[in-house]
Each structure stands twice: as C-alpha cells, then as structure tokens.
Design a protein around this ligand. Structure first.
Ligand SMILES: Nc1ncnc2c1ncn2[C@@H]1O[C@H](COP(=O)(O)OP(=O)(O)O)[C@@H](O)[C@H]1O
Ligand SMILES: [Mg+2]
Length: 257
C-alpha cells in the first residue's frame, strides 16, 4: 500500500513544491514507485517536471470532479520511477466548486483508491491555502510533511497549521500524522536562520528532520530545465540534502509501522 504524504503549509514560497519534486526524485532513485500529484493551480510541480501547462490533457482537476479515472490522468516523467498527475488552471476554481459537491472532503481520496496498490509513495503538493483542496489532500494522506522556510519563520503560523492538522485528523482522517518539519532555504551565515532552527527544534524536538535543506541556487535553477535537482546537478548540496531527507522519511515510516 502506498504511503501518502501531503506537503502542506498555508504560507507560499516555503519550499512545498521544491520538496515534493526533489523528495519524489530521491525516492524514485532508490527504486521506489512514486506518483507526484500537483494540486496547486499555479502548476509549479508540473512545469518543474517539464510539462508546460495546457500542452497535455491529463490533470488532477478532472480526477477530483469525476470526469476521468486516476489511471488515465498520469504522465511518466524523465525521471525513471517518478510519475506525475499534473495540475490545471481549473484548480483555481476547484475551491468554490467543491463546496457544493457531494462527498466534498473525500473526493480525491476516493478517486485515487485504485492507485494505492501500485505506488510505494504518493506525494501531494498542496496550494498555499487551508481550503477544500488542501483538506482533500489531508483526508487522502496518512502523513503530512511541513516545510518551513528558515528565513521568514512564524512560530505562530506553524502552531496554527499544526492545530488545523489536528482538527482534520479528529474530524475527517484519524490516520493522519505529522511526518515531520523540514527546514528549507537554510543559510547558516544568517543569524535569523540559526535562531529559526533553535526555535523550531526547541518547540518540535524530534519531529524536525535532522537534515536541513541549504539555500542552493542549483535547486532553484533546476525547475526551469524541467528536471529535479538530482538530475540537473547530482553533486549540488541541495540535491544531496534531499537524498538524505528521503532516507530519513523511509526510516520514519518504517519505524511507524
Ligand atoms: N533550497 C533552496 N534553495 C534555493 N531556492 C529554493 C530552495 N527551495 C526553494 N527555493 C525557491 O524558492 C521559491 C519557493 O519555493 P517553492 O518550492 O515553490 O515553495 P511553495 O511551493 O511552498 O510555494 C522557488 O522559486 C524555489 O525555486
Ligand atoms: Mg508550490
């Protein structure tokens, strides 16, 4: 059965998409079968994996709306073992549309059910909002990974997010747990980064991944080439850090079983 991990944080620009792509590529490189689902209407995960929007028919919007099966909306990417269910511009309207639909909290979970046997990991890249789309991701997932940008950290924002996750677990998905907090765009030259790390480790302890993701220009360049950092520059510090995070993720999930 697939482990389903949602990458969530209501804040934009914290590294959700970058982490989904690069953790996905890292897991695929250790021979896991991975599906990345792009739930953000911005489509950054789709373009980051080389798919120009509107150039393909497959998308997650149709899957959520019941216009096609999950299996029919998957693309293979240039990374062996990593598949993509792309986003669509229509996802911008999905928030409002879901509101009036039956089964509005569980549409994604139910539509993806036929895939759970096939993949080892299903990664859900969430939009930067705590609306119905993210709710659908968090009722589908059994784990949530929360990326935190070291440079502009708000502990208050994080506790708000943790409370939302707890509420969703209580109301809609008892199987949901926080897989961990990941410090992204880490730059130890900045006092701000070090303070952020101290605060987060003091507050969340072992829930924080040991590995931090350094701020690394190669990581930010890779998406414009449509490939994960691992294939753009294998040796760059960012790609290597994501490989270590993949090992931590696998270990945590094995321990949790
Ligand atoms: N480790 C990193 N080093 C340098 N730039 C990064 C790193 N992680 C993310 N970025 C850049 O920061 C921006 C926001 O990251 P992104 O993953 O899109 O965040 P989110 O999905 O949370 O909005 C992007 O331009 C991305 O390329
Ligand atoms: Mg994103």
């Amino acid at each position: 059965m697939a482990e389903i991990i949602a990458f969530a944080n209501q804040k934009g620009g914290v590294g959700k998409t970058t982490t989904a792509i690069n953790l996905g590529a890292s897991l695929a490189s250790i021979k896991k079968r991975v599906l990345l689902i792009d739930l953000d209407s911005q489509g950054n995960a789709s373009t980051g994996l080389g798919f120009v929007r509107s150039a393909y028919r497959q998308n997650v919007y149709d899957v959520i709306m019941g216009n096609g099966t999950a299996q029919d909306n998957i693309l293979t990417t240039a990374t062996p073992g990593l598949h993509l269910m792309p986003s669509s511009m229509m996802m911008a309207g999905a928030e409002a549309e879901l509101y009036d639909l039956d089964n509005r909290e569980y549409r994604l979970r139910d539509a993806l059910a036929p895939l759970y046997e096939y993949y080892d990991y299903i990664l859900l890249d969430c939009p930067p909002a705590m609306g119905f789309v993210t709710l659908n991701a968090l009722t589908t997932a059994n784990n949530v990974l929360i990326p935190l940008q070291c440079e502009f950290l708000s502990l208050q924002g994080i506790s708000h997010l943790v409370n939302s996750v707890r509420e969703i677990k209580n109301k809609w998905n008892p199987d949901l747990s926080v897989l961990g907090f990941l410090l992204t765009m880490y730059d130890k030259r900045y006092g701000q980064t070090r303070t952020a790390e101290e605060d987060v480790r003091k507050t969340f302890g072992d829930a924080v991944f040991k590995t931090v993701i350094p701020r690394n220009v190669r990581v930010s360049e890779a998406p414009s080439h449509g490939i994960p950092a691992l294939f753009y520059d294998f040796d760059c510090p960012g790609a290597q850090a994501y490989l270590r995070v993949a090992t931590e993720v696998v270990e945590r999930l094995e321990k949790g079983e």
